[in-house]
Design a protein around this ligand. Structure first.
Ligand code: MG
Length: 463
């Protein structure tokens, strides 16, 4: 990971690191590394500073001699969908996804529609640090033109991937919580087009996020749960700030953990493709592997981070990919996390099954994923990581496997344990999963105690 680019683009506090000059210099560096004779696309989310920063980005690119196609505020996957279809050299999206309102950021999309590779990000950071940016004479300045068809193109693309008539014929009632984010310009339109009656929560774009925090976690979705029950809806859906994620509430008013939807969608995509590869990070539920195997499916595990999942999907020609946080990727549409496509796919799946969402979920094999965290100073990270395998190694059981793709994962017949350092915070994350909640919680507590003791021992030794 670089100095500015994290696991998913640049995210900084507005007015601190993220200033007009920073955005101009970073956009200039992107142009220096990637621009050719093709235009560049600029889009943004609905944050308070997004119109200003996206105009600074567009102006910088124009003054670098490039033609700019300006898309305006919209979900990240919506802008991303246009990148390969407009034949631009790359896309610059001003967004901080689900971060708190004081943040904004820059996300780079390569010509193929996928996030910048780590190599590209490193080259951009180098160009930024060296102060490289193109400058042209007055007669070479590029034009800035609005590109107004991106939303329509994206929604047409989504509808082309589902049985829209079948969805319409079910007469669904849905509660949609845009969380005052960028999906406000797409989700209600999509539901209208699919003949779904809906109630909207937090449906106006507002970068102060007055309705709820932008991340669609269970504690943040109490209003959605209440509205689904009050309206007797077939389901509820919530998006994060840039709508690359979709999180669901079922018809019984239950918040659905992301790994359950991942499992449901994985089975559906593998079954309809007659087999194929599903790409998912090591943090994902064992239930994905268990459920796709009988349908000729295979799971390809990756490190955590949606850009890693996207690139692996392209490399393995996967039929589906996803993460436990509500980010799902449908490669026939695009190899990018897509909240709108996910909503349409879930409606399609429920419509074609003839069952309710709650029934479909209850039919899945039971698995319980527990997530905990423990504070760990960044400077001790590597030391701790090197000792975790011996800590967790059950050793005795031949069925035990150790996976060190990202952190350390130990898979035993009882369940699995994963300990990995966070990419963005001074903490270690502990994930455990088992077929019953008590075992999963016991595993989490035991592991947490062991890791805390290890950190204390290392700190004591270092002092
Ligand atoms: Mg997001």
């Amino acid at each position: 990971m670089g100095r500015f680019f994290g696991t998913n683009g640049i995210r900084e506090v507005v007015g601190e690191t993220l200033t007009a000059r920073f955005v101009a210099d970073m956009t200039g560096a992107i142009a220096d590394v990637l621009a050719d004779s093709r235009p560049i696309l600029v889009a943004c989310d609905g944050r308070t500073s997004s119109p200003a920063f996206s105009r600074i980005a567009a102006g910088t690119l124009s003054l670098a001699g490039l033609e700019v196609q300006e898309l305006g505020p919209m979900p990240t996957p919506c802008a991303q969908y246009s990148v390969p279809r407009l034949g631009v050299s790359c896309g610059v999206i001003i967004t901080a996804s689900h971060n708190p309102p004081e943040f904004n950021g820059i996300k780079g999309i390569a010509a193929d529609g996928l996030e910048f590779t780590p190599e590209t990000e490193a080259a951009v950071e180098k160009a930024y640090l060296e102060g490289r940016s193109r400058k042209v004479r007055f007669d070479k300045v590029g034009g800035i033109r609005p590109e107004n068809a991106a939303i329509e193109r994206y929604l047409n693309g989504i509808r082309g991937q589902v049985d829209a008539e079948k969805i319409r014929s079910r007469g669904f009632r849905v509660v949609v919580d845009c969380g005052n984010g960028a999906s406000a310009v797409t989700a209600p339109v999509l539901l209208n087009q699919l003949g779904v009656r809906y109630v909207s929560l937090n449906g106006n774009m507002d970068g102060t996020f007055p309705g709820r925090p932008s991340e669609p976690t269970e504690p943040n979705l109490k209003d959605l749960v209440a509205a689904v029950t009050a309206h007797g809806a077939d389901l509820g859906v919530a998006h994060d700030g840039d709508a690359d994620r979709a999180v669901f509430v079922d018809d019984k008013g239950r918040f659905i953990p992301g790994e359950r939807v991942l499992t449901l969608l994985a089975r559906e995509e593998v079954q309809s493709a007659g087999g194929g590869i599903v790409v998912t990070p090591v943090t994902s539920s064992q239930s994905v592997e268990d459920i796709v195997t009988p349908f000729g499916g295979k799971v390809h595990y990756t490190r955590v981070g949606s850009p890693v999942v996207s690139r692996a999907m392209l490399g393995t020609k996967a039929v589906f990919g996803g993460e436990e946080n509500g980010g799902y990727l449908f490669p026939k549409h695009q190899c990018a996390r897509d909240g709108g496509m996910t909503l349409a796919k879930v409606l399609d799946l429920v419509a074609r099954s003839g069952k309710s969402l709650s029934r479909l979920l209850d039919e899945l094999p039971p698995y319980f994923l527990v997530k905990r965290k423990v504070a760990c100073p960044v400077e001790l990270r590597q030391r701790v990581l090197s000792e975790v395998p011996s800590l967790l190694d059950a050793g005795k059981d031949p069925a035990t496997r150790v996976v060190t793709l990202d952190g350390v994962k130990v898979i035993t017949p009882r369940g699995w344990v994963l300990v990995r350092p966070s990419g963005t915070e001074p903490i270690y994350r502990v994930f455990t999963e088992a077929r019953d909640l008590k075992t999963a919680e016991d595993l989490a507590e035991q592991t947490l105690t062991k890791v805390q003791a290890l950190i204390q021992r290392i700190q004591g030794g270092a002092a």
